[in-house]
Write a protein that binds this ligand. Structure first.
Ligand SMILES: Cc1cc2nc3c(=O)[nH]c(=O)nc-3n(C[C@H](O)[C@H](O)[C@H](O)COP(=O)(O)OP(=O)(O)OC[C@H]3O[C@@H](n4cnc5c(N)ncnc54)[C@H](O)[C@@H]3O)c2cc1C
Length: 323
């Protein structure tokens, strides 16, 4: 019997979706190992977070109320101590900017083998982890021949846990050595324009190279405004400097999971799909019926975006600009 410790994540006062996905991944692993699932909740309003994370499948929640936001040294120390205290033999961390910041340090300090960016985890005697390589073109499985291990879990690969749980919530007896905390978070500055976070949007109107020129952007901006959606894009649009980096969806951009993702003039390259395949409903607008985006689209309009988008704007009560 082996327990699992999964680390949750929050940012600027809100739990991130990946925290609920960690519960699903952690529960699956704990079931396979015949053990309990423990959650680590570190920094900020830990009681409120613990309340929200108390979902079906969680056995225990350990809170560490040190600091407000993410801090590498606080997280590293807290996770190491929680891992020892819970007696877990598997450590799951989110494969996010924060998770990838502390995971190697924690795994190193605990002397655990670390596998990053898992999209599948299965203990078959040894632990088998599935990963993607070559920008998602190849899936590989990796056997970890160890009794204890650490894995970072890719966001949006597991569904979010739901249902009220009855986990035991306890303030952990963790001792943070302040002398070993080498940095402090003084504030936040958003990258790019405004404070748009495309990962939080319910509806994304996403534009690709099919838009042809920057001067045509007002057309899709008008559609986004008419639908109450947020504008995102494929990488070439960002590389051209037409939209800021925080709008880019994909492997080297953001992973999004909106209710509706409207891909306009986007071919659906693997690096793009890696960032949006978790969307609930995918609508593609593309002149090419054989574009790869069609393989994952729930609905498709095979037509010229310069005809379709103005029509959609009008149908939804907006006014299409002339471009
Ligand atoms: C290491 C690496 C990381 C990468 N990371 C990312 C990433 O994070 N995000 C990302 O998006 N890409 C990423 N890429 C780039 C990726 O490989 C593709 O080049 C990119 O996604 C293509 O963008 P696109 O679909 O907008 O353009 P294209 O592939 O050129 O597709 C344009 C589409 O528009 C359609 N079209 C053209 N005109 C019209 C029209 N008038 N009406 C309707 N449809 C039309 C075409 O049929 C075509 O399907 C990465 C690449 C590498 C190597």
């Amino acid at each position: 019997m082996s327990d699992v410790l999964a680390v949750t994540e929050h940012r600027r006062g809100e739990l991130r979706d990946v925290s609920y996905e960690m519960i699903t991944a952690g529960r699956e692993l704990a079931d396979a190992l015949g053990g309990d699932l423990h959650l680590a909740v570190i920094s900020g309003d830990v009681d409120e977070y613990a309340d929200q994370l108390n979902r079906d499948g969680v056995d225990a929640i350990h809170t560490v109320a040190e600091g407000e936001e993410f801090n590498h040294d606080v997280y590293s120390q807290a996770i190491q101590q929680l891992y020892d205290q819970t007696g877990a033999s598997a450590l799951l961390m989110p494969n996010t900017v924060n998770g990838l910041d502390y995971a190697p340090a924690v795994a190193g300090a605990l002397d655990l083998p670390l596998v990053t960016d898992a999209i599948g985890i299965e203990p078959n005697g040894a632990l088998t982890v599935t990963r993607e390589q070559y920008g998602g073109k190849v899936e590989t499985t990796l056997d970890v021949d160890a009794d204890e291990y650490a894995v970072t879990v890719r966001p949006a690969e597991w569904p979010q846990a739901d249902g009220q749980g009855d986990a035991d919530v306890q303030a952990a007896d963790v001792d943070i050595d302040d002398d070993a905390v080498g940095s402090t978070v003084n504030g936040f500055e958003e990258v790019g324009s405004g404070d748009v976070d495309i990962t939080e949007a319910d509806v994304l109107v996403s534009i690709g190279r099919g838009i042809e020129e920057e001067d045509n952007l007002p057309l899709v901006e008008a559609l986004a405004e008419t639908l109450g959606a947020t504008l995102s894009s494929s990488r070439p649009i960002v590389d051209n400097g037409w939209l800021p980096k925080n709008r880019q969806v994909g492997q080297s951009g953001k992973v999004v999971t909106p209710d509706v993702y409207i891909a306009i003039g986007i071919s659906g390259a693997v690096q793009h799909v890696a960032g949006m395949k978790g969307s609930d409903t995918i609508i593609a607008i593309n002149t090419d019926p054989n574009a790869p985006i069609m393989d994952i689209a729930d609905y498709a309009i095979v037509d010229d975006l310069f005809d379709v988008v103005p029509e959609l704007i009008e149908q939804f009560g907006g006014e299409a600009p002339s471009v």
